[in-house]
Design a protein around this ligand. Structure first.
Ligand SMILES: Nc1ncnc2c1ncn2[C@@H]1O[C@H](COP(=O)(O)OP(=O)(O)O)[C@@H](O)[C@H]1O
Ligand SMILES: [Mg+2]
Length: 140
């Protein structure tokens, strides 16, 4: 039997006081479900970075988390500006975050590299002026 459970979150843009709430909610749910600690850690880090990116770079978006027996699937969909050069954006330290965002401690340019590192599979679909969808899989 392979049941799955889905959680959905609406992320608002530029609200740094609430940034990270969705990923910490998922972390708590996975704990209650008795999921392996390493899987929880990978999921929480990867999702947190994607959530923050939506807040900083895309004026918010929607996150869907699907948990099944064998994997966790995180889909981050936004209608932001899109990513001009994905290869460049994936490089450690690359960031277009403005100064006022850096002053809050964000914008180190490690989000996408860490999403890649902590997920088992990651796919980025992006179109300038249309938006970005990042899909990550974490195996149980
Ligand atoms: N959802 C997104 N929409 C538009 N641009 C994005 C998005 N996510 C990432 N980016 C772009 O990729 C760059 C690198 O992202 P990341 O590695 O998370 O670094 P940081 O968020 O610290 O800038 C960002 O500075 C931004 O230009
Ligand atoms: Mg980031």
């Amino acid at each position: 039997m392979n049941e799955s459970i889905t959680f959905q979150y609406k992320i608002s843009g530029d609200d740094f006081t609430r940034a990270g709430e969705a990923s910490s909610d998922v972390k708590n749910k996975l704990k209650m479900m008795g999921v392996d600690n390493n899987v929880i850690r990978k999921t929480a880090i990867a999702m947190y970075e994607g959530e923050i990116n939506m807040v900083i770079h895309a004026d918010g978006g929607d996150i869907t988390v699907d948990i099944s027996d064998d994997e966790i699937k995180i889909v981050l969909a936004d209608q932001g500006p899109g990513i001009k050069d994905v290869v460049k954006a994936m490089q450690a330290g690359f960031s277009t975050a403005p100064e006022e965002v850096r002053a809050l401690g964000f914008g180190a340019g490690m989000g996408l590299p860490n999403m890649k590192k902590y997920s088992d599979e990651m796919q980025i679909e992006t179109e300038l002026g249309v938006g970005t969808t990042v899909t990550m899989l974490i195996h149980m």
